[in-house]
Design a protein around this ligand. Structure first.
Ligand SMILES: Nc1nc2c(c(=O)[nH]1)N[C@H]1C(S)=C(S)[C@@H](COP(=O)(O)OP(=O)(O)OC[C@H]3O[C@@H](n4cnc5c(=O)[nH]c(N)nc54)[C@H](O)[C@@H]3O)O[C@H]1N2
Ligand SMILES: Nc1nc2c(c(=O)[nH]1)N[C@H]1C(S)=C(S)[C@@H](COP(=O)(O)OP(=O)(O)OC[C@H]3O[C@@H](n4cnc5c(=O)[nH]c(N)nc54)[C@H](O)[C@@H]3O)O[C@H]1N2
Ligand SMILES: [Mo]
Length: 764
């Protein structure tokens, strides 16, 4: 007889996508009380005349105007176009202390913010404030700081190019480079790692390359949930017979089996397509070992082939002409023992051999990756070793081949392109001088972790957030929350209420803004904004819904208001004039970044245009002028993992959330319904601890310094995982991620590599 499973836990045997996805969308529409115009909204997502879906950064297929169905895109859109409202009445009815007791889901589910609000400590409530008064107060307080470096300016990746550019111009005119950014918590290992390897911090492939590749390698991303439109690409590739080799400790359902909702036959016949041709359940943090193992074999096969009179298996022409460093890489890989490789990767030698077979059989390989590679203490090394693997066979800068970091937020890549960076280079400073007539300072500013450290230590006293939910997204809520409560000034430009808004310091202001789907009308009429997707395509996005309240402003309008009140006429910048017509902002973008030549013209062409990615045509903007094979010594991500009692926890997204936005409590593809208080753990690890599925457990972070960090009373869910690897949901699990647990090359928090101990709950 089957054992009874814990409440809400059952195996999900359906393919991903399919009817389950359609049903989920229907339920979401009902839950969000989406008004009639909202349903039509879905049809305008990612259309040439429509808006860019705020769901993810996967590119749109060229020349299509057919509707691309995406369950999680639909959730993101309906969540924004909901009929629910958070009005001044709402705040009058709920104190901040009361709201604090609400869940993250309940806070955002209350609806769209409708008025600018300011916190009143005496009544413990947010109260309405006029826009101009809010701007004046913000300007006054920013100018009262001893130094501009006492302020932090956070960006979340939904901001359009226009708002991000205006923001950085304002902050640089104000006088600091403190630009913590959600990208710092996400693909920073890419932004730091790839320039060292190939001279550009972006992916090299286009969507069309997927039509031409003959193998796809996928490391550490979950497209069925986080980039559902990527499933169309993988589904097509699989049907063409292209092998798809997956490395992931979790058997993500969509990577196993997918039914395309746009495929009438699969829908009508309840059939589906196998996606992964091979699924390697690498140990969490074991990718470096797996990739080095692959490279070790490739060198061995090369030597064998040459010994047998063959030409070898490396692309010597590419290596000679385009790269440096292969000898150092070969030495490092040769001295890495198989014993270590198998131990750290958790894979068998046969598995690694089979991956190499696929790799060597393919002439054109694309390697995709996500947070499973970047959010580790050695995240930058992971990215660079993956790049080495491609370079050995010249799988860069030619059709059907290349590296494909799968980005997060819909415009996280664009925000960086247009100047959100704490380390401005000379080109940016020159460009700013050209466009605005002043040269910003070049000192390094704060990234996300440094910003929180500065806030926690009281060195930074003001925080402006352009979107996002920094407090909840960041590691270590104990330190982060306490720091944010000490701020003299916190300003949140947001669409919805979230926990960061409730960390009220002295002055705390929430400014409601338009979202992607809303019509944005300025003095010259309706405006479009632009975004850049994961493959460097820039295109326009225009919302069309009536804004949720007449009191909302667009992000650029809010930023111009703050800039005007803070830096005013300093440097003679006409902030308010710039927003009358966003073409004017784009003209400035073009002046700063020559890559945006003829921006206003090119963005009006259907489908937009691609920004220059020199590595995609084999031009290497590195110090050596070549692509660099880089060495990462050792395989051990974290010495604390040596202890056999220690498990490594990956904190991940469920199928029903967008980062800190929790839409609902189901994680359908992983078979979890109506709850999030679970830890996924292998049968072997349960047995080793005398535990069984359903037991209540406590998870303790292993820390040498600082306070003990634990989450308690979670339910153990037996899961097909490599021994030693466990998983839990973000953001809840941030409670056990120390602030100083990050990749020291890039500053990316190691959210996927948290050393923990798991014991029977004391609360049981
Ligand atoms: N619906 C929805 N869409 C989203 C988001 C969302 O929250 N919801 N978030 C957006 C953002 S900002 C981002 S950055 C992306 C995130 O998209 P993903 O990169 O897919 O992020 P995660 O869900 O955190 O985890 C990815 C995968 O990494 C695997 N993994 C964990 N540790 C390891 C490891 O050590 N090695 C390997 N090989 N795999 C590992 C996990 O099993 C999981 O399948 O999605 C974007 N799109
Ligand atoms: N443990 C753990 N922590 C993680 C991660 C992880 O995998 N594990 N992932 C990390 C990653 S990859 C990322 S990107 C960060 C995400 O960090 P953030 O980007 O800071 O967080 P989000 O949850 O995306 O932000 C949600 C809020 O954005 C606001 N918002 C939504 N749309 C708009 C808009 O159009 N304009 C404006 N101004 N505001 C808007 C809403 O008010 C909403 O409450 O979290 C990181 N934290
Ligand atoms: Mo992200």
């Amino acid at each position: 007889m089957a054992k009874k499973r814990p409440e809400g836990i059952k195996a999900y045997n359906e393919p991903a996508g399919g009817w389950g996805a359609l049903k989920a969308v229907a339920e979401t529409l009902a839950r969000q009380q989406v008004v009639a115009q909202g349903t039509a909204t879905l049809l305008k997502a990612n259309q040439p005349e429509g808006f860019d879906c705020p769901g993810c950064a996967w590119p749109d297929p060229k020349h299509t105007s057919s509707f691309e169905f995406c369950e999680n895109g639909a959730k993101a859109i309906t969540w924004e176009s909901t009929a629910k409202r958070v009005s001044p009445d709402f705040f009058a009815n709920h104190t901040v202390s009361e709201l604090w007791t609400w869940t993250d889901h309940e806070l955002e589910n209350a609806g769209r913010l409708t008025h600018p609000m300011i916190y009143d400590a005496a009544s413990d409530r947010y109260q309405p404030i006029e826009w101009d008064d809010a701007f004046a107060l913000i300007g006054k307080q920013l100018n009262a700081l001893e130094s501009p470096h006492q302020a932090e300016f956070y960006t979340s990746g939904r901001a359009s190019n226009e708002s991000a550019f205006l923001y950085q111009a304002f902050v640089r005119a104000f006088g600091t480079n403190n630009f913590p950014d959600c990208s710092n918590m996400c693909h920073e290992a890419t932004s730091v790692g790839l320039p060292e390897s190939i001279g550009v911090g972006k992916g090299t492939v286009t969507l069309e390359d997927f039509d031409h590749c003959d193998a796809i390698f996928s490391f550490g991303h979950n497209p069925g949930t986080n980039h559902p439109r990527m499933m169309t690409t993988l589904h097509e590739a699989s049907r063409r017979g292209t092998p798809i080799v997956v490395f992931n400790p979790f058997k993500e359902r969509a990577l196993e089996k997918f039914a395309a909702p746009q495929d009438p036959i699969e829908m009508a016949t309840f059939s589906s397509t196998e996606i992964a041709s091979a699924y390697h359940q690498v140990r969490t943090g074991g990718d470096l070992a797996a990739i080095k193992g692959m490279m070790k074999l490739i060198f061995e096969r090369d030597a064998q082939d040459i010994a047998n009179g063959g030409p070898g298996v490396l692309d010597l022409a590419f290596i000679d002409e385009h790269t440096v460093g292969i000898d150092d890489l070969r030495r490092d890989v040769e001295k890495t023992s198989w014993e270590e490789i198998l131990h750290f990767s958790g894979l068998s030698r046969a598995a690694i051999e089979s991956a190499v077979d696929v790799y060597l059989n393919a002439k054109k390989v694309i390697l995709c990756y996500g947070m499973g590679l970047t959010q580790h203490a050695n995240g930058t090394h992971n990215v660079q070793q993956a790049t080495n693997l491609l370079m050995l066979r010249g799988n860069l800068g030619r059709e059907g081949a290349g590296i494909c970091p799968v980005r997060g937020h819909s415009n996280v890549q664009g925000d960086r392109t247009v100047g959100i960076t704490e380390i401005p280079n000379a080109a940016l400073l020159d460009g700013m001088e050209r466009a605005f007539g002043f040269r910003p300072i070049g000192d390094k500013g704060h990234n996300a972790i440094e910003a929180i450290e500065a806030i926690a230590e009281g060195r930074s006293k003001a925080l402006i957030c352009l979107g996002g939910n920094l407090a909840v997204a960041m590691s270590d809520p104990t330190v982060t929350f306490a720091g944010m409560r000490k701020l003299d000034l916190a300003v949140h430009i947001s669409t919805k209420l979230n926990r960061s808004h409730l960390l009220t310091g002295k002055t705390c202001i929430v400014l409601p803004c338009l979202g992607r789907t809303d019509l944005d009308t300025q003095a010259s009429g309706p405006q479009s904004v632009t975004v850049e997707d994961s493959m460097s395509m820039v295109h326009a996005s225009r919302g069309f819904l009536n804004p949720p309240s007449p009191f909302l402003k667009s992000e650029p309008a809010i930023l111009a208001g703050i800039a005007q009140a803070t830096v005013g006429a300093r440097y003679g910048i006409d902030w308010l004039g710039l927003i009358e017509n966003y073409d004017r902002i784009r003209e400035k973008i073009e002046l700063v970044f020559p890559d945006f030549k003829d921006f206003n013209k090119r963005v009006r062409v259907r489908g937009g245009f691609r920004l220059d990615v020199p590595a995609s045509y084999r031009e290497w903007r590195t110090a050596s002028g070549k692509a660099n094979f880089l060495v990462a010594c050792g395989l051990d991500e974290d010495p604390r993992l040596k202890d056999p009692e220690t498990l490594v926890l990956a904190t991940m997204r469920s199928h029903d959330q967008y980062n800190t936005t929790v839409y609902g409590l189901d994680d359908r593809y992983r078979g979890v319904f109506g709850r999030r208080d679970v830890i996924f753990i292998s049968g072997a690890d349960l047995d080793a601890r005398g535990l069984k599925e359903g037991d209540r457990i406590d998870v303790h972070a292993i820390t040498e310094t600082g306070p003990a960090r634990s989450v308690r009373g979670y339910t153990a869910v037996r899961y097909d995982l490599p021994q030693g690897s466990v998983g839990g949901y973000y953001p809840e699990m941030n409670a056990i991620v120390a602030l100083n647990h990050y990749d020291h090359k890039s500053g990316t928090p190691a959210y996927k590599g948290v050393p923990v101990k798991i014991v029977r709950s004391e609360a049981a």
